[in-house]
Design a protein around this ligand. Structure first.
Ligand code: CTP
Ligand code: MG
Length: 251
């Protein structure tokens, strides 16, 4: 008999901001469509969520002129996929996808997990730990890893000003999980305040709230620069998620 060890979760939605252009990557197409193995980055990222209990569906925020994702994912049957038109910033893209979730008549406390399209190496056990914590936390939760290197504050000439204590300092990762209406309110508040944010927890923090950090693995890298692509391939190989049998769809 097959015994499932996955915890049970209340219903939750996945939001994938995937409307960026990957300027720092400098490739011919957005980095979420670069080939990792036989699949592109976005396909691998989505695969990390297959079979998680409680998942109602995913909303992908896409650039307005993006025709690749719907064509590429037409045969994706593992959970329902929906599309929203992303915005000029990551926060605007997340807000657009949240709007879609809110229109599905979900309870306002329904949990949404926001996960960067560019993080294909997130581990399932870390995602499950995040979900468990988020459902028990009133201000939501995010994956994070403790900073391991010594930190230097420098001046504009890159000369050291001081050494910064790394005690209690973390890298914020994704997924990050919050109640649907709380995150929508927080993102609207941040936008009205003119704050430019690089993650969703920052918006919650602006409301004076304190999301819970969940320590995850540091191999949950965000593909950002060209060197990150071969690194992600090595990580997938080490994790046993390497699919090399087929020809990459996008070359
Ligand atoms: N993103 C988005 N909408 C934007 C900008 C970013 O949905 N207007 C998404 C990206 O597609 C990515 C995630 O947010 O999955 C994290 O952003 P980042 O790593 O900065 O990706 P890009 O903005 O594409 O890269 P760059 O900043 O180098 O241009
Ligand atoms: Mg960006």
């Amino acid at each position: 008999m097959l015994v499932s060890h996955s915890p049970k979760f209340q219903p939750w939605w996945l939001i994938i901001p995937a409307a960026g252009f990957g300027q720092r990557m400098g490739a011919a197409r957005p980095k979420q469509y670069l080939a990792l193995d036989s699949r592109c980055v976005l396909e691998v990222t989505l695969s990390r969520f297959i079979g998680l209990p409680g998942l109602q569906g995913a909303v992908l925020a896409l650039a307005p002129d993006d025709a690749l994702a719907p064509a590429l994912l037409a045969n994706f049957k593992d959970f329902p996929l929906h599309y929203a038109v992303g915005g000029a910033t990551r926060s605007a893209s997340v807000r657009a996808a949240l709007h879609f979730v809110q229109q599905q008549c979900v309870d306002k406390h329904t949990m949404v997990l926001v996960h960067d399209a560019a993080r294909p190496c997130a581990r399932r056990l870390d995602i499950e730990a995040l979900l468990s914590c988020a459902f028990a936390s009133k201000d939501g939760a995010l994956l994070a890893t403790p900073v391991r290197d010594t930190l230097k504050q420098a001046d504009t000439d890159q000369q050291v000003l001081t050494t910064v204590s790394r005690a209690g300092v973390y890298h914020a990762l994704t997924p990050q999980a919050f109640a649907c209406d709380l995150l929508a309110h927080a993102l609207d508040f941040a936008e009205q305040a003119g704050c430019v944010l690089t993650d969703d927890s920052s918006a919650i923090e602006l409301l004076g709230k304190a999301p819970q950090l969940v320590v995850g693995h540091a191999d949950n890298i965000k593909i950002t620069h060209p060197d990150d692509l071969p690194l992600a391939r090595l990580i997938l190989q080490a994790q046993g998620h390497w699919h090399s049998a087929q020809v990459p769809l996008l070359g």
